[in-house]
Design a binder for this molecule. Structure first.
Ligand code: AMP
Ligand code: GLY
Length: 424
């Protein structure tokens, strides 16, 4: 079968690696891909948000399965586009339709969903331009820290946590005034939850579900989880504090009711559900849903998925998930992300990357990279590379990733030296 993977980050490089290993995979295409995906696949210069260009790529390459990596095409309705087009109806597609993708695309939708299906999450209120005065009055008496979330997609920047009511009021006004464009025309104000976070990845065919390896990511740029949020600076799978008892709670209180909600609402959901959770007094609470895999969690999760990933996708698409074979690697995996100097603020691109060929015993996944006309690999984004390793313990896996990360050089290269610091 010919497969088209949409996206071009480290997540997609890790997925392309596993898809390409499948004996069921004839030709793999990645749109747009990066310098790393071209080792396993043919990169296509196609924007995943340009649905008719995606269609052309599917038709021209006789693609039988499309796997959507990022959330934006899903929230914009790429699955609906596939369903509506007679030429594409028979093409299997991994990812929810636009309504189901609202679980990620609208914080307010997700909160209402969790309230309806009794899924534990932080208490919240919704405010928009019409009830701004009520919002300001609410914030006047709120106890900091105060969590403000732009309702829509804001490239990972739409959550602001403030320690002062006055600042929170200013932020509410700024958000409703268009700070994140349409994405913040509605704002969810949430109670602050204090605890340790982790990521659970569920695959569903709309009826059943299976759970992939659990991971923990590190979103902040600075050591000790300080400074601004990034797309993710590292990940560990399996975070040791997530024991069997915690997973049982997650399954009973979060995963099962989420699937029940998807069925009761008749949502078209064949794909990944990424549940961001936080543990408060030994109980799991949902921080967010995403309708895709996490990045850089996927690099650690794919490393631990020994069974055929393409077959898993086909079982999802064909509503036969109960028959899928899932074999999880017992060793631990850890990922360190190398970023451009200045990220997540302004940074330069086009820096020559060297030393990747000296890496031993780790996998290097590309994110923001491209090849120049001579074939040399250059930086092309904020997050540049991810170094993923196995170990009998997460400490061993991290140590190997760090040893190899040191061998890679590009001007301005930066990575966090303390991934996993809170797991010891
Ligand atoms: P989100 O985009 O909803 O995942 O939020 C981004 C990050 O903000 C999360 O990973 C948390 O670290 C933090 N966060 C979001 N909601 C809360 C909350 N209610 N309490 C504490 N931290 C939160
Ligand atoms: N690593 C967090 C995310 O992918 O949203």
């Amino acid at each position: 079968m010919n497969v088209l993977l949409l996206g071009g980050g480290g997540r997609e490089h890790a997925m392309a690696w596993r898809l390409s290993e499948s004996p069921l995979c004839e030709n793999l295409y990645v749109a747009p891909g990066n310098a790393g995906t071209s080792d396993y696949a043919t990169n296509l210069a196609v924007d995943p948000n340009n649905f008719s260009a995606v269609k052309d790529a599917v038709m021209a390459n006789k693609v039988g399965l499309v796997v959507c990596g990022p959330e934006e095409p899903l929230v914009r309705g790429i699955k609906d586009f596939f369903k509506a087009d007679p030429d594409l109806k028979t093409v299997r597609f991994i990812g929810p339709d636009a309504e189901a993708a609202q679980l990620e695309g609208s914080k307010a939708y997700a909160k209402e969903f969790m309230a309806e299906f009794d899924i534990p999450t932080a208490g919240y209120r919704r405010f928009n331009g019409e009830n701004l005065a009520a919002g300001l009055a609410y914030l006047d008496q709120a106890t900091p820290p105060i969590v403000l979330k732009a309702d829509g997609l804001a490239a990972g920047k739409g959550v602001v946590i403030l320690n002062d009511c006055g600042e929170a009021k200013d932020e509410l006004k700024a958000m409703l005034g268009g700070k994140f464009g349409d994405a913040s025309s509605e704002v969810v104000v949430e109670d602050f939850l204090d605890g340790i976070e982790f990521s659970v990845f569920v695959v569903t065919d709309g009826e059943g579900y299976r759970v992939l390896p659990v991971a923990k990511d590190y979103k902040r740029i600075g050591v000790g989880d300080t400074g601004p949020n990034t797309g993710g600076m590292g990940s560990v799978s399996h975070p040791p504090f997530v024991d069997a008892e915690m997973m049982e709670k997650v399954e009973q209180r979060v995963i099962k009711p989420t699937l029940e909600g998807i069925q009761k609402r008749n949502l078209d959901y064949k794909g990944f559900i990424f549940i961001g959770l936080i543990v408060v007094e030994n109980e799991p609470y949902v921080i967010e849903y995403n309708c895709r895999m996490g990045d850089p969690e996927t690099q650690s999760v794919m490393a631990r998925l020994n069974s055929d990933f393409l077959q898993l996708c086909l079982k999802m698409a064909d509503e036969e998930l109960d028959q899928a074979v899932i074999d999880i690697e017992e060793r631990q995996a850890a990922t360190i992300v190398l970023v451009s100097g200045g990220y997540p603020g302004a940074y330069e691109k086009g820096k020559l990357i060297t030393g990747v060929e000296d890496v031993e015993g780790s996998k290097v996944f590309h994110a923001g990279t491209k090849r120049n006309k001579d074939g040399a690999v250059l930086t092309n984004g904020g997050r540049v590379l991810a170094v993923t390793s196995y170990g009998d313990t997460f400490e061993d896996a991290l140590a190997l990733s760090y040893e190899n990360a040191k061998k890679i050089q590009f001007e301005g290269c930066h990575y966090r030296g303390d991934i996993g610091f809170d797991l010891y």
